[in-house]
Design a protein around this ligand. Structure first.
Ligand code: ADP
Ligand code: MG
Length: 344
């Protein structure tokens, strides 16, 4: 089922399900495949889809027909809309408003944000707080680009504000209140998956049957790639530009969380963007986690969750969930596969 590049990654416990894929798939073979890449949410996003054209003529890629152009525009607009509402870096986002006001009084929010907070709460409960959007009170003190990190004293001061139970959601009027004065929230571990989900729905509504949407490490697939699976690469965690694994997938979502996305190294320690809410420090047991499943929002949140939980507890959680599978690369660069990806 997988293609492995010749990299120093050991493979354990993987009597793999299917067959080995030896050929890679060309990116744009026919003219009716359309694709567009753009920057949003601090990352690279990509949309690609097949659109039946009325004629069988090959269409030059520059002459994108209106229907395809409209689909691309709607995807870009949807990603930008979600970024506008959920970015912690935009002072006028709904999320920033919550962070400013919800510790003082209940704040009424959009049903959309309310639902996402509910989903974040579900994953927090499921993982006993390994996934916790209130990690942000310490998370915002890290600045990876400028190699800044909080001191031990600053972490200890912030830890009491890290507790998802302090986010009080009132369904009766879609309001949110924080019950600790220092609670801050951040949706970086779930919002991109949600954006992918919405954009897949846009493709579907436009009649697309074969499509791919990605935002950073989150990818959603609609159908297959016309008779063959999509081939999704999982980045090699320590060799830029290379993939550790290729997965043939269709009609599924996959999300990868890695310690190589945003980080700096100081005195031999890697400080990166996935934070263990119990310690306020970067999780260190594994270096990459990919989760595969149907729902892009959950797949995104679960990859961050499993990363925090580490190999044993992370695998135990994913193996409890029938609809999700995981591929974990531990800090010895060994690959591990969840039960559903192994032969019985
Ligand atoms: P990426 O943002 O690179 O796609 P992930 O999906 O793994 O990677 O999400 C990492 C992001 O999740 C971080 O940048 C941060 O915004 C957020 N995050 C970090 N630690 C946690 C945590 N313990 N619980 C919830 N969200 C977290
Ligand atoms: Mg994630």
């Amino acid at each position: 089922m997988f293609v492995f590049t010749r990299l120093p990654i050991k493979i354990v416990s993987c009597h793999l399900l299917c067959f080995i894929f030896l050929m890679s798939v060309p990116i744009t073979a026919q003219a009716q495949w359309y694709q567009h890449s753009f920057e949003v949410m601090g990352t690279q996003a990509h949309v690609e889809f097949w659109l039946e054209s009325e004629t069988s003529e090959q269409v030059a890629i520059k002459e994108v027909p209106l229907a395809a152009r409209n689909i691309i525009d709607s995807v870009v607009a949807e990603m930008q809309r979600i970024d506008q509402g959920m970015s912690p870096y935009k002072a006028d986002s709904e999320l920033s408003k919550l962070n400013r006001l919800a510790a003082m009084r209940p704040v009424v929010i959009s049903p959309e944000l309310f639902d996402l907070l509910k989903n974040a709460e579900k994953i927090a409960e499921l993982s006993d707080g390994a996934f916790d959007i209130t990690y942000a009170s310490v998370g915002y003190q890290y600045d990876y680009r400028n190699k800044q990190k909080p001191s031990q004293a600053q972490i200890e001061q912030a830890l009491p504000a890290i507790n998802y139970r302090g986010i009080v959601l009132d369904q009766s009027n879609n309001s949110v209140r924080f019950n600790h004065p220092k609670i801050k929230i951040d949706l970086g571990g779930i919002a991109k998956g949600y954006a992918v989900k919405n954009c897949l729905a846009l493709l579907k509504a436009a009649g697309v049957k074969h499509g791919l949407i990605s935002a950073g490490g989150d990818t959603g697939l609609l159908g297959d790639r016309r008779g063959r699976p999509w081939l999704v690469g999982i980045k090699h965690p320590r060799a830029e530009q290379k993939n550790a694994v290729h997965l043939p997938l269709a009609n599924e979502a996959i999300s990868t969380s890695g310690d190589y996305e945003r980080y700096f190294v100081e005195d031999g320690t890697r400080y990166h963007h996935i934070i263990n809410p119990k310690t306020g420090k970067s999780a260190w047991q594994v270096v990459s986690v990919s989760v595969i499943g149907q729902d892009p929002t959950y797949v995104d949140a679960l990859s961050t969750t499993i990363f925090v939980l580490g190999l044993e507890r992370g695998m135990a959680l994913i193996n409890r969930l029938d609809d999700y599978e995981a591929i974990i690369i531990d800090n010895q660069q060994t690959l591990h596969f969840s039960q559903g990806l192994q032969q019985n």
